[in-house]
Structures are given as C-alpha cells and as structure tokens.
Design a protein around this ligand. Structure first.
Ligand code: C2O
Ligand code: CU
Ligand code: CU
Length: 501
C-alpha cells in the first residue's frame, strides 16, 4: 500500500486529487495496480471481424484547432473534457468512443515556442485517467505519470512550458495498465508546437499543413469497439486515419506538409504513395531535420513515432488518385487513405535546402544497457528482467548530462522504446550501423527490431525528477515493459543516488 509521502512524491496529491481523502487516493492507486487485464475490460464484445468498408468512401476529417478559454501576456489557457460520445468511424455506423471534448481524435492544440500553455483536463469518463504530452519537456508533476491520476469527476491543470524547438507532439492517456484500452477508445489528440525558426522556412502552412493520426481497430457489427488486447498485442482489421476508416482527402495540385503519427496500439506501418509522388521527409519525432531527405520508396513508422513530409502533388493530373498504402497490411488493411487531386491552387510555399541544425549534445557520461524480453513465467514483458514498479528507480541520469542508452532486444517482436523528457539521437542500429539520414534527427521513440541492439545518445535537460520510459506498443507498456528514471540535479556530486545503476 502506498503512503501519503509516496502519493505526494508521485504527484497523486497534486491538482484536484489533493482534495480527496487519503483512503480514496490509496484505493484509486491500488484499484489500478489490481486492474484487470485489458482484454477483460468492458468493450462491446470480441468481434469475429469488423463490418467491411469500401475504402475511401468517407472524407478525411481534420480535428478542429482548440481555442483558448483565456490568454494573458505569456500563457494560453485551454480546457478539455474527456467524455464518451458517438463517432462515425465506419460508413453508416456510430461508435461510442471516449474523446477529449468527445472528439476522436481530440482537438488539435497549436502552440508557439516560448509561450506557455495550461490545459485543464476534466475527467468525465468512468475510469481514472492521466494525460501525457508525448514529446514534451515538462515538469514531472505535469507529465502524466501513470499513477498520477485524475479520478472520474475530477480535473487537473497541466502546465506545458513549450521551451523547446518546434515539433509534432500528441497528447494521450497514460493511466497505469490502462493506456492501451484508453487510447483504443479514442483518448489521443495532436499538439503542434511551432518553433521560432519555422516561419522563415516558408513550408506549406494553414490548410496545407495536415496532421494524420494512423491507427487500426476492430469493430463489432453494431459499430462498438472490440478490444482483443492481450499481452503480446494485436492487429486490428480496419485501418483508421483521424478517426475515419480508410478516408479520402481532396487535395490541390501543390505541396502539402503532412504530419504522420502512428497512434496504433500495436501496429507498425510501412507506408508508400502509389503511384509515387515527390516526397521529402522534413522532421522526425523531435522536430525538423537539418535538411529534407528524399523518401522515394517505403517509410516505416513504429507506434508513437512521427514523420513529417513535404509531398508535392503539383505534377499529378487533376482527377487522379494517389493512394497511401501500408506494404505490411493485408488486402483489407493495406489501403490507408487516398489523396484525390481535384483542383489547382497557388503555391508560394518552399522546401528549403536546409532546415534546423542538429543540437550538439555533450559527450556521454555513461552507458546503460536495457535488455528487452518476455518473461514466460510471469507472462509479461520486462526490461532488465523487471516489470514496472513506480516505487523503483531504474536509472538516475544527471541534469544536463547525456548518456548512451543501449536497448538489446532479446525477443522476436519489435519494441518502439520511448523516453519521457529526454530527446535522443540514434548512434547505431543492428550490427553497429549508423542510422539512415531520415532517422538521424532528434527523436523520442526508436523502433528496436527483433534481436536488434540500438544505441541512442540521450540528453537529459529541462527538469529534475521522476519520469517513465517504456515500450510504446501499448499492451507491452501496460504489461509491464516500463521503467522509471529520476533525473538528478547537476549540482549534486557524482555518486549521489549510488546503489542504483
Ligand atoms: Cu506516448 Cu509514455 O508515452
Ligand atoms: Cu512520452
Ligand atoms: Cu514492446
């Protein structure tokens, strides 16, 4: 059982939760640690297969941009309510989702580098939730730690300083053992931070800057969600973009900036435009690359990774259709979405020859290894043999230091490893090879292939305190492939926190 001190340390006594008596907090925390396996959660049943979709029958939806409820000299204030609501995912059927403001995906928050954002998150769903801003450099008490929960009926104000270069982030649920089912129900949205340097690049903007959230689902014949999530993960049989099954998008014959996010629970995508169109990758998870990288063939995207592309439809005859396909999909799931070139449009956007220089990280102060494997006895995924324990700290990096984190995958499944707070650069992949140019930017999530070893150079800046790191296949994360780091003040002498690797 957790003590009040532990609850405070984990931030469970912050925000609205501070108003609850200790007994309720403890039962909240232990209800979650004893939470049922995700597959036992109350969904609409286990479907034998979703109702079939004729690809490209529904138009793409672009999530609305959220308007602040108030602004002052340095801060924009927003409010979002998590609640159940109907959504049209399949043609002719309604699906009850859980959405931020009842929307799936949630409304997009557009923020400016250097301007603070405060989001009041109200929980009107039936279970405790935590909201994490993936990719953000955020104080630990605002980071959405898995046991730092908003009880049903409660709320919490999350503070995002936005003191970091521009990037495509996303906010999503992070409740302990429940991130998989909660995100599957719809609790995810975009948060686009525009960097100070961005206006000068002249990239496609406004309605030509389009976020695309890629997922998969299984639905019951009545449209309700089916969640056969189990510890190894699962693949849905219906490909979803921005909450719509295999949508079509009417585009102009010009350049677009497409921000692709894999927000699937488990599925990896290997994406290709057919027929091919000129495609340049301009950003990784952590923001703009030093220079655009041509992507003439397929583009791999692991869960939680983002790539930003400039795609040029200007040479495509009006009336033609470009299909974005997943080469790893089946006949049914491979068509992801269609771009129908329907009109001409002026285009004064540019694709500059160079973008944002890479940050220079100081040399690493140490190397840590993390073995990834499945524990057959306990039937769960582990890091260095251990499941998640919020009372344990697995690594204590010092603030403003860099470290080499080496992920050694001892299993035959890919694990997309994600660090909160820290951003990193990939040093080496399988066989010690350096990453390809399109992966040689700033990242927060890295796909570690079957039996592959990946080394990254991680930079611990911004805040001290406790953060999680984990596999972003959500069923692996929930069961139990997550560790915890504590970033220590750089004023402390070496060796403090000794005894912890
Ligand atoms: Cu996308 Cu721990 O998060
Ligand atoms: Cu994160
Ligand atoms: Cu995994």
């Amino acid at each position: 059982m957790l003590t009040r001190r532990e609850l405070m340390r984990f931030g469970l006594l912050g925000g609205a939760a501070a108003l609850l008596p200790l007994e309720q907090l403890v039962s909240l925390a232990s209800a979650l640690s004893a939470a049922p396996h995700p597959a036992n959660n109350a969904f609409g049943g286990i479907s034998p297969g979703s109702p079939p979709v004729v690809p490209f029958s529904l138009p793409l939806r672009i999530p609305p941009v959220l308007r602040p409820v108030a602004t002052d000299a340095d801060t924009d204030y927003y409010e979002l309510t998590m609640r159940p609501a109907p959504a049209q995912i399949l043609p002719g059927l309604l699906t009850t989702i859980w959405g931020y403001d009842g929307l799936y995906p949630g409304p997009t928050i557009r923020a400016q580098q250097g301007r603070r954002v405060v989001v009041r998150q109200v929980n009107n769903v039936a279970e405790p939730t935590a909201v994490h801003l993936h990719g953000g450099k955020i104080a630990p008490e605002h980071d959405g730690h898995p046991i730092d929960l908003i009880p049903p009926g409660g709320y919490r104000d999350y503070v995002y300083p936005n003191r970091q270069p521009g990037l495509t982030m996303w906010y999503h649920d992070h409740a302990n053992h429940q991130a998989g089912p909660h995100i599957y129900r719809g609790l995810a949205g975009f948060y686009l931070l525009e960097g100070d340097d961005e206006a000068g690049f002249g990239l496609p903007s406004g309605s030509f800057d389009v976020p695309l959230m890629l997922q998969d689902r299984i639905l019951n014949p009545d449209g309700s969600l089916s969640y056969p999530g189990y510890v190894h993960g699962f693949y849905g049989d219906t490909t979803i973009v921005n909450g719509v099954a295999q949508p079509r998008f009417d585009v102009a014959a010009r350049k677009y900036r497409l921000r692709l996010l894999n927000a699937a629970n488990h599925r990896e995508f290997n994406l290709a435009f057919t027929p091919a169109v000129p495609t340049f990758q301009i950003a990784t998870d952590g923001g703009l690359l030093p220079a655009p990288v041509p992507r003439p063939s397929t583009m791999f995207l692991a869960p939680a990774e983002r790539i930003e592309l400039v795609v040029d439809f200007s040479g495509v005859p009006q009336g033609s259709r470009i299909v974005l396909r997943d080469t790893l999909g089946t006949a049914r799931t491979a068509p992801v979405m269609a771009f129908d070139v329907t009109r001409a449009a002026a285009d004064d956007s540019r694709l500059p020859g160079s973008l944002r220089p890479l940050p220079s990280f100081p040399p690493p102060s140490r190397v840590r290894n993390f073995d990834l494997h499945f524990d057959e006895g306990r039937q769960m995924w582990v890091i260095n043999g251990k499941g998640f324990d919020p009372a344990r700290v697995d690594a204590r990096p010092r603030l403003n230091s860099t470290e080499v984190w080496q992920f050694t995958n001892l299993s035959d499944l890919m694990h997309p490893m994600h660090l909160h707070l820290a951003h990193f650069q990939i040093l080496t992949r399988r066989g010690g090879a350096p990453p390809p140019a399109y992966e040689a930017g700033v990242k927060d999530t890295v796909a570690v292939g079957p039996f592959e070893t990946v080394r990254v150079l991680a930079s611990f800046t911004g805040f001290t305190g406790r953060y999680v790191f984990h596999c972003h296949r959500l069923e692996h994360e929930d069961w139990d492939m997550m560790g915890q780091m504590e970033v220590l003040s750089d004023e402390r002498p070496d060796g403090v926190g000794g005894g912890v690797p």
